[in-house]
Design a protein around this ligand. Sequence first.
Ligand code: ZN
Length: 250
Amino acid sequence: MSKLRVVVWGENVHESTHESVRRVYPNGMHTVIADGLSESGDDLEVSTATLQEPDHGLSEERLASTDVLTWWGHTAHGEVRDEIVDRVQKRVLQGMGLIVLHSGHYSKIFKRLMGTSCSLTWREAGEKERVWVCNPGHPIAAGIDTSFEISSEEMYGEPFGIPSPDEQVFISWFEGGEVFRSGNCWHRGNGRVFYFRPGHETYPTYFDANVRRVIANAVRWACPRGQWVDSCPNVKNALEPIEVKGESVH
Ligand code: ZN
């Protein structure tokens, strides 16, 4: 069986500008996310790409041979070139899966695919997050208990400016009282999109076993089911004879 080709995209800026982030992710957040996926099974072929590479590591050729893309960005959303966003959107509509992580809620590609503000409320106070499974039969929740806790995270709260998810898998509660739709699925064209909330850069969230399992499940859920190449042809020749009704128009 051919392996699922996964590209883990990382903005890779905080890791060089903030000591507090470098301490947790000395080799970059993307490498830790990629390691988690690689360790989840030998059915995945995992590689990484970053903002700093030519074409942000997402050339036409690379994207054409990518089944699922994961996306973490925060401080440099504006530096992602629009032509690359167009390219990723096109591939999602064709059938490529996209997993958007944490502050990726404000990335160009997520806002483009959602068509809404994608805004939320937030607070950085190192509080406890309890992630509740609200769809236990969903493949992205496989192997996850009724809930799991992350001891220190940034808070994201409602209202979250997204279109109503096609499938809701997780909802988070925070120590300070807020709740947030933290695991959401959408279909866009032939592609599957999953947003997963945890993953603020100063906390070791991407080492957490439950978080890793969710991302690994999501990648497999988002794998392409066929491919739909966009076109809009004028089909003049009908398969069956068409009966002309009423007066003919010249
Ligand atoms: Zn954050």
